[in-house]
Design a protein around this ligand. Structure first.
Ligand code: SF4
Ligand code: SF4
Length: 354
């Protein structure tokens, strides 16, 4: 190690500067003790609020103990990258039941690759300055309690909607982490919670997925239902899903702190294939080949074609009755997937009485 080893304050300041140069809007550093977040996670899992997301329960306490996940870890560098893709009229799309609503984070290219590459570049810059050191990069990775780490690193507070909020940037951002064995000086945790008496996110949630402030029952959350859940969407929740075909942003759209969210200049996060302005019928008519080619490098791939059709069938069941809607549904009535067929029948049933 060079003289940087002796001046960890300077190194920490440089890491923040390099973070900015690499496209991150904020960088904070924290230690490995997650304190009350571990107990919170255990209670949440014990209630079964994670549904089918077994990966949340996997890894045991490694999730809340970074130094057990990556032995030797002393500090976590937590970084924020904003993703709001400018004015995409998404609130307007949400209000139009003939159009698909795709969560804002998923309109462009998949963020994992981009952020992982930038974290790697950050590690290389550190390495070129101080020589070899221990590190591992994570992006939205199952074994990492990234929101707790971000709060502890001073990036913001965890709001009643369970997302990290920042007074100057709202919540439309991704998080990435660099676990390191460098004993860097840590930042102060975010000092205060600015939700106050507000509960707008809880009131707006279409499926009433918050069982209490700061507690989300993922099994009712539309993001979970349209992305994570593999089987059928529970029938009683289908009418509440509306036109949200991949994720949901309602509890972010309504959050007053998102008035301060700034659009990203990152080209990767700009909408592709008209996903910010597509009608349900058009998307439902995509063949599997079209789906695969149009979602290449996109977070939508995570759902897969079968679940994409399942979600669209639900949205079409919730759309106003029209000949194009019924014809599009009928075109998939004989689909080889029982999952798709069942949702198509449900949707047609919604239009039968009209
Ligand atoms: S993402 Fe949508 S469904 Fe999930 S908690 Fe927020 S408002 Fe409710
Ligand atoms: S909507 Fe209100 S209560 Fe919910 S996260 Fe935002 S500020 Fe907090």
């Amino acid at each position: 190690m060079s003289s940087y080893a002796l001046d960890l304050d300077t190194l920490a300041a440089s890491i923040k500067e390099w973070g900015r140069e690499l496209g991150f809007q904020q960088t904070g550093i924290t230690g490995v003790a997650l304190g009350e977040h571990e107990a919170y996670l255990e209670r949440w899992l014990a209630e079964g609020y994670h549904g089918e997301m077994d990966y949340m329960a996997a890894h045991g306490q490694k999730r809340s103990r970074p130094d057990e996940l990556v032995p030797g870890t002393l500090r976590i560098v937590s970084l924020r990258m904003d993703y709001l893709p400018g004015d995409t009229d998404m609130a307007k799309r949400l209000a139009d039941p003939t159009h698909a609503y795709v969560s804002r984070y998923a309109l462009g290219r998949d963020y994992h690759k981009l952020i992982r590459k930038r974290l790697q570049q950050l590690a290389e810059r550190i390495q070129s300055t101080i020589g070899p050191f221990g590190y591992r990069a994570f992006v939205d990775s199952a074994p990492v309690l990234e929101k707790a780490l971000a709060e502890k690193a001073g990036l913001g507070w965890i709001g009643k909607n369970t997302l990290v909020l920042n007074r100057k940037a709202g919540s439309y951002f991704f998080l990435g982490e660099l676990f390191t064995d460098l004993p860097l000086p840590v930042d102060e945790p975010h000092p205060s919670n600015h939700c106050g008496r507000c509960s707008a996110c809880m009131a707006i949630c279409p499926t009433q997925a918050f069982v209490a402030p700061y507690v989300l029952d993922a099994r009712r959350c539309i993001s979970y239902l349209t992305i994570e859940l593999k089987g059928p969407i529970p029938e009683e929740l289908r009418p509440l899903v509306g036109n949200r075909v991949f994720g949901c942003d309602d509890c972010q759209i309504v959050c007053p702190w998102n008035r301060f969210a700034k659009p990203t200049a990152q080209p990767d996060f700009q909408p592709r294939h008209n996903l910010d302005n597509s009608d349900l019928v058009t998307l439902f008519r995509w063949t599997e080949e079209e789906f695969l080619s149009r979602t290449e490098g996109s977070p939508l791939r995570r759902a897969g074609y079968e679940r994409w059709l399942r979600n669209l069938a639900v949205a079409l069941g919730n759309a106003p009755t029209s000949i194009p809607v019924i014809e599009a549904l009928k075109a998939h009535q004989q689909h080889p997937s029982p999952l798709v067929r069942e949702h198509v029948e449900w949707a047609l049933g919604r239009h039968a009485s009209v």
